[in-house]
Write a protein of this length. Structure first.
Length: 128
């Protein structure tokens, strides 16, 4: 009887591909909580992060789950801001999502170019 139970357990054990798919669904369902998603699939967090580091396809799907969740969150935030007249939320969304329309508190500058270097590039070449 004991061996029969072991065979049944092995028959219904998920393979890695199935566990990865189940993890991604759980990650979405549990609002990107990696620990909760791992518990749902009965794997450790280190296994999930190892899959992410070593499997580019899995990493891409994980990123897609994150982006999809952020899209839903953003939609919910906009709905709350507009339907509940949440001015704080409206201001925050304007400053973060509509910078290109001038809704900013501060000016952002690109510091990737050394200002001295830029001035030197603008000076005319001396020809003797």
């Amino acid at each position: 009887m004991y061996w029969r139970e072991i065979k049944m357990a092995q028959k219904y054990r998920l393979n890695t591909r199935q566990k990865k798919a189940k993890f991604l669904k759980a990650l979405d369902a549990r609002m990107l909580n990696v620990t909760a998603a791992c518990e749902a699939v009965e794997i450790s967090r280190s296994i999930a992060y190892k899959w992410k580091a070593n499997d580019p396809d899995f990493a891409e799907k994980w990123k897609e789950v994150e982006e999809s969740f952020y899209d839903k969150l953003e939609t919910t935030m906009f709905a709350k801001a507009l339907t509940e007249h949440d001015n704080t939320m409206l201001i925050w969304l304007s400053k973060t999502k509509m910078k290109h329309r001038g809704y900013v508190e501060k000016v952002e500058q690109d510091l990737s170019i050394n200002p001295f270097e830029k001035l030197m590039q603008e000076l005319p070449d001396d020809e003797e």
